[in-house]
Every structure is written in C-alpha cells, then in structure tokens.
Unconditional design. Structure first.
Lengths: 368, 258
C-alpha cells in the first residue's frame, strides 16, 4: 500500500507480516489439520493408505460428507444451523427411490423432482426460522425428527412394511445420467495410465483404481463454486453480512431473508445430492441413511474455520475439514489402533478447532 | 442563503397517548451543519426516525427540495438522498472495510455471471477514506480493528459516496475520546464543504458549537427556536436544553463546571 504523505501513519499500528496475514485466513486451521493428520498417518499407518487406491478410499467418504459440510459451512457463515441435514438425506433418498423404483421415472425427471422437493423443504425450514424468529437450532432440530420419522413411515408405506427400498440399481441401469451420479469417472484415462505402467494394475491389465469416484468430483466442484460465490460475488458479501449482523445488513439494503432462505435450500439440496449419489451407489435406501450426518457436517464446517456465531468461515476450509474427517475415519483401519478411537479423535479435533477459531477471531477483529 | 433541502414543519408524533413530538420545525440547507440539541428523552431519536422515513408523522408537513413529500420507508428516504448514520453504524466488525463500505450495494462486473468487482471496490474505499483523512493499512482490514472514530468516518464516507444530500448523524461523538471526537468533527466539516447538508444530533453543546452553523434545541418534544452561529453562546444553549432553572441550580452547587 502506498502511504499518503499528507496523512501521518499511526505509529502504533505495526505493519503485518505474511505469517500474520495468513493467520487471518479462516481455512488455515483446516489446512494445518490436514498436514498434521497426514504426518500422523505417515508414521503410524500402513503405507497402503497413501497409494492411489488408499487415497480414493478415504476421499470417497470425505466427499460424501464434504458436500454436506460445505453447504453447512455456507449456512453457518450466514448465521444459521441446519440440524435436519442427516434426516433430509434419508427423506430425499426415499423420495428419489420412490420416483425411480415405484414410479419408474427416468433420472432426467426424478433428479430435478428430488432436488425440487428438497429445496421446498429447505425453504420451509428457512421460512419458519424467519417468521418465528426462533433459533434455527430448535426449528431444524424439530425437522430432524419430523423428517426421520416421515422417512420411516414413508418407507413402510411404499414397500409394504419394509424399512428398505430395493431395486434402485436395476431401475437406473442404462440411464444416460447414471454415470454422472454414480461409479467412477475418467475410466479411459486410468486404463491408459495403467497400460503405460504409471499407475498400479492387476495382472489382467485392468487398473487397480478404475477411476475417480464421481462424488469426489462433485465435492471438488462444490468447493470451488461455493468459494467463488463467497469471495467474488455480491451474494457472497450478503452471506457474510447476514451472518455478521442481520440487522445491520438489512439496514444496508441486503435482502437478509432471501439470503437465509436460499442457504437453507442449499443445505437441503446438498443433502438430496448426497442421497441420490449414495442411493444409486448402494442400490437401495433405508431409514437410517444420513444418520448423524448433521453433526458431522457441522463439525466439518467448524474444523474448516466457521465461527458458531456466523459471519466468518470458508468453503475451502470445510473442504479440508471433510478430508480430515475421511482420513481419520478410514485411516485408523490402516493402523494398529482400535478403530473406535475415531470418535475420540474427532471430538478432540473439534475442541481444538473451536479454541483455535476463537483465537483467530480475536485477532481478526482486534478485540482484546 | 440557499433553499433548504429538507424542511419539516410543525411535526407532531404521538405513540398512543404518549406525545413524543409536539410541534417540531426544522430545516437543513446544502453545505451547512445544523445541530439538533436536546437532553435524553427530548424526542431527538423520534425526530430523526421521522426524518429518515422510519416513522410517519401524526401531523405536520415535510418538504423535500421544495415539494411536499412523505416517505413510506427508510429505503425511500435513502433513495431520495437522506442518509442516516445511526449509533450502531450498521457495520460488521468481522468484515473488511471494503465489504462493509459496499454492503448491499456491491459494484459488479462480468458478463453472464455478475461478479463483485473487488478491485474497484477496494480502490474506491481507499480513496474515499483518504479524502476523509484516514489512511487505511489495507482495504481488507477488518472493521473490528478500527477505532470508534474511524468506524464513524467509514459510515459517513459510505453515506456520502452513495449520494447523500442530507446526512443525519445520531450522536456521532457520544462514545468517543477527545482525539477521535475532533477527527469526526473534522469529517463533518469536510462533508459540509462538499455541499451536503448535515444534521448533527448531540447533547454535547461543546461538540455542537465546534462545527454547527445553526442550532435548534429540542425540549419535551418541541423546538424552542433556531439560533445562528455567533448569536448564542454555549451557556444559553445548555440552559435551553435543560429547560432553564434546574441546571442553573445544579451549576451553582457544582461551582459552574457543568
């Protein structure tokens, strides 16, 4: 920055070093976390974890969670919570299953309808929060139970008493949209790489990793799009403003209500996307789908640098938060540790992230 | 003297059986600072909210640039050019100065997808703040790191940049230290020199005397007349605000320090 000679610079403000500036990025904690966790598993885990197939192994659950986590982070930056994400996965999974299996609709119709239903329920969440002025924590907690219960009842209704709806894979087989939502992408590239001996292959010549699971691509795309929206569009500014202080934002002409309702629709649609991907992948849907995912999504967002009070955070942070999550969940199976340490590890991570974020916030706002 | 930008004639505002304003007459011209003085409960807040379109007066008339007008919402008043800087400043501490400056009115660029033109926003913010005498370290500095006076200045600069003809400042100096107060008063002077009509609300006579061109005292919901700079001294204003005798007595017991 050039200093205007007419105005004396305040001698009490020290110039910032690069390190201080980096400290103020919300995603710093998550990136540091990824590095720490990687070092931990490089030391403790079997070397198979960091082969191509090992990486795909932990990136797949990371991606499924990350799609939810990035949406949850956007909503948290906008100052609200959505505890109904997990149940929304089950409920939209049911809708999707019924549309393709019971009604036999092609994906080109079934997927938009599923997303539309999700957006409608998200809007309802948002509308209730805005109209009642109640904390979204309570409103969406109600929807957590409503949607979980409705999924169970709905499943029994459409399957004649079962809690599992089967036959999705047969129903979508051959649909031209199926490869976008399930299986592996870039199969040709991976076969070519295997043929040249660049990646590992079976004795038959087929690559050990057939391609990149599509959810990983959705996950990366979502992180990029959300980061762009947050940092480079007016809507992003509105999201930060709404979460920072909705009253001040509204007084400055930010359409606060529209922002909040849109964000609730986003989390619901992210849940629907995860439902579509995992239901096609599993070939069936059941009432426990997405169980506890709401908490995992929020943990992802918090590890990613979101403040619980809103107005601060990043989508890239949530992206790395989800990778940490995936690495810890899957990574422990490559070690000698009991896999059930995973939850202890996660709770510790969460606590560490919250304390860290609090320190960061004080630095950013200069409060003492 | 030029015609007033906004003229409020005999404004009355009742809330149920409470009479908040009982005949207030006030105007402001381009390039002047008109101070509205009054003690707590005198009706200052109700009056500025009426002026900025939050409340509709029970009776009385508002003329904006000579035409009778009534604002249905703060938005309408804002669009007409009446900007209000309330005490909470409508600033978000966690966001950068630039993001606050353009909050809700982001400059856009690009074709199909409209992007937030941060480069333009940053350079405008730096330039506008420099004109107000504040050298920002960087436009992405969080507002939370600014002092109270600097935040006030950001809010004023924002209002002026977005075309305020009348700038209403609600007790801008009440929570500030000596140095910061003088900075804000200097900012008011700069804004006035740009041809904006400033309405400076305060209960601090000394701050008002420092920049005011005209002074109107509000007491118990009524204006007690308007004085021009040089015609009235601080003591007389102080007495008017307090309604006369009580303060004189108090002053006696405190040895003339109030």
């Amino acid at each position: 920055m050039t200093t205007d000679p007419g105005i004396p610079a305040d001698e009490r403000i020290k110039s910032e070093s690069l390190a201080t500036r980096l400290m103020k990025r919300p995603e710093l904690g998550a990136i540091g976390g990824v590095i720490l966790v990687t070092i931990f598993f490089l030391i403790t885990a079997d070397s198979a974890m960091f082969t191509l197939s090992g990486i795909m192994n932990f990136m797949t659950p990371a991606a499924q969670l990350g799609i939810l986590g990035i949406a949850a982070a956007m909503l948290m930056i906008g100052g609200e919570f959505d505890l109904s994400i997990g149940s929304m996965v089950a409920f939209t999974g049911l809708i999707f299953g019924v549309l393709v299996v019971n009604m036999g609709l092609p994906l080109i119709v079934a997927i938009p309808l599923t997303l539309l239903a999700a957006a409608g329920m998200g809007a309802l969440n948002g509308y209730v929060v805005i109209r009642t002025g109640l904390p979204s924590f309570i409103v969406t907690l109600a929807f957590l139970f409503i949607l979980r219960g409705a999924s169970l009842v709905g499943l029994k209704l459409f399957t004649g008493g079962s809690t599992q709806l089967r036959g999705v894979r047969d129903a979508v087989a051959g649909d031209f949209l199926t490869p976008i939502f399930s299986g592996d992408a870039f199969g040709g590239l991976f076969r070519w790489l295997a043929g040249r001996g660049i990646i590992d292959s079976f004795s038959s010549g087929a690559p050990k990793v057939p391609g990149i699971p599509v959810e990983i691509l959705w996950f990366i795309a979502m992180a990029l799009v959300c980061t762009f929206v947050l940092l480079r569009t007016p809507a992003g500014n509105w999201i930060f403003a709404t979460g920072g202080d909705d009253n001040a934002a509204a007084n400055s002409g930010v359409p606060v209500r529209r922002v909040k309702v849109s964000l609730f629709m986003l989390t619901a649609c992210a849940a629907a996307l995860v439902a579509i991907i995992t239901v096609i992948d599993a070939g069936s849907t059941d009432a426990r789908r997405g169980f506890m995912k709401e908490f995992e999504a929020i943990i992802t967002a918090v590890i990613g640098g979101c403040l619980l009070t809103g107005g601060y955070g990043s989508a890239i942070g949530a992206f790395f938060g989800a990778i940490i999550f995936g690495m810890v969940t899957i990574g422990l199976t490559y070690t000698d540790f009991d896999q059930d340490w995973f939850q202890v590890f996660l709770g510790g991570m969460l606590l560490l992230a919250v304390v860290f974020n609090n320190v960061i916030r004080k630095r950013v706002t200069g409060e003492r | 003297m030029s015609d007033p930008i906004i003229h409020m004639e005999n404004i009355k505002k009742h809330f149920g059986n409470v009479i908040a304003l009982n005949g207030v007459t006030f105007d402001v011209r381009a390039g002047e600072c008109h101070c509205l003085l009054g003690d707590n409960g005198a009706g200052k807040s109700t009056f500025i909210k009426t002026m900025s379109g939050v409340h509709k007066p029970t009776s009385g008339e508002i003329f904006f640039e000579g035409r009778p007008l009534s604002f249905d919402s703060p938005r309408e008043a804002m669009e007409a050019g009446i900007a209000t800087v309330f005490q909470d400043l409508a600033m978000i501490p966690l966001m950068s100065v630039t993001r606050n400056f353009f909050m809700g009115r982001e400059p856009r660029k690009g074709g199909f997808i409209k992007r937030f033109d941060l480069d333009t926003a940053n350079s405008v913010t730096m330039e506008e703040m420099r004109r107000m005498g504040i050298n920002l370290r960087a436009p992405d500095q969080a507002v939370g790191t600014l002092s109270g006076g600097e935040r006030q200045t950001v809010a004023i600069a924002r209002a002026v940049y977005f075309g305020a003809k009348v700038l209403i400042l609600d007790e801008p100096t009440s929570a500030l230290g000596v140095r910061q107060t003088s900075n804000v008063l200097a900012t008011i002077d700069r804004v006035r020199n740009q041809g904006v009509g400033v309405v400076f609300i305060s209960h601090n006579v000394r701050h008002a005397m420092a920049v005011g061109d005209r002074f109107t005292v509000l007491n118990r919901g009524q204006t007690l007349g308007t004085a021009v700079r040089g015609e009235i001294d601080a003591g007389a204003l102080q007495d008017l605000m307090a309604g006369g005798q009580e303060l004189a007595e108090l002053e006696g017991s405190l040895g003339g320090t109030v």
